[in-house]
Design a protein around this ligand. Structure first.
Ligand code: CTP
Ligand SMILES: C[C@](O)(CO)[C@H](O)COP(=O)(O)O
Length: 229
């Protein structure tokens, strides 16, 4: 049995995307987003324990979609919660006792590369955690409540992606706390324990499909194979 797992969180409702079908099920270049994401992880390691966190009310729909698309990559379904934090925690609670490393990934980031996933497991094994980030290309300004804005040195900032990969023992302990507003990602929950996170380079195409214009960009990335380079 593998000692590695990936939790793909897809328990959200995609309010910012809108539309009758939640974004995680929408086709990109002919294949639903979640099938693309599961496939990348499978290609990295077919023995990974793949856990897909979905709203429980979508389980039947998802199984029908898998039949329709003849999608056969083995994975386990876990019921999501009311927030991303709760969905991740449900995924962590479903891990088997032999699992030592877990990659937590937004199901709606189908363009993560195999290289980033592999590196995240290697670094997390050595350091405890591996958080995919990218540098900023634009200048940034910090806003203040009084309406003024100030220059910030962009070399000290990073955009945070997923996967965020961890030693299981540590991340499970970190997720036993009460959910706080500041927990916008898993790295924040981990460092709440006083542990330093380790950053690795993500890939620019690894967008989080969030709003309708992201679907156009996703089609472009998929059709050009930009995340396969
Ligand atoms: N209760 C929740 C909320 C979010 N997510 C997942 O966390 C990832 C990042 O969240 P986001 O992009 O915000 O997705 P949604 O919550 O679906 O979008 P929105 O905020 O627009 O409703 C997504 O894969 C989403 O499905 C989850 O598993 N469980
Ligand atoms: C986890 C994440 O994708 C890292 O950038 C991000 O924090 C998720 O934010 P959301 O508001 O839940 O989409």
């Amino acid at each position: 049995m593998t000692n590695k797992a990936a939790i793909l969180v897809a328990g959200g409702r995609g309010q910012r995307m809108g539309g009758p079908i939640a974004k995680q099920y929408l086709p990109v270049a002919g294949q639903p987003v979640l099938m693309r994401t599961l496939s990348v992880f499978y290609r990295v390691d077919p023995s990974l324990d793949l856990i897909l966190v979905l709203p429980e009310s979508d389980f039947v729909y998802w199984e029908e979609l898998c039949s329709e698309y003849k999608f056969t990559i083995a994975h386990r379904l876990v019921a999501g919660g009311n927030s991303r934090f709760q969905s991740v925690r449900n995924g962590l609670n479903s891990l088997n006792s032999k699992t030592k490393l877990v990659a937590i990934h937004d199901g709606v980031r189908p363009f993560v590369t195999e290289e980033v996933i592999k590196e995240s497991f290697e670094v997390a094994e050595r350091q405890g955690s591996a958080i995919a980030v990218i540098a900023l290309k634009d200048s940034i300004r910090k806003l203040r409540d009084d309406g003024k804005s100030f220059y910030e040195e962009r070399q000290y900032f990073r955009l945070v992606q997923t996967p965020q990969t961890f030693q299981v023992e540590k991340i499970k302990k970190a997720f036993t706390v009460t959910e706080l507003q500041q927990f916008t990602d898993d790295a924040t929950v981990y460092e709440n324990q006083g542990w330093q996170v380790t950053l690795i380079s993500g890939n620019a195409e690894n967008i989080k499909i969030t709003t309708p214009e992201d679907m156009d960009y996703a089609e472009f990335i998929a059709s050009r194979g930009l995340s396969d380079r």
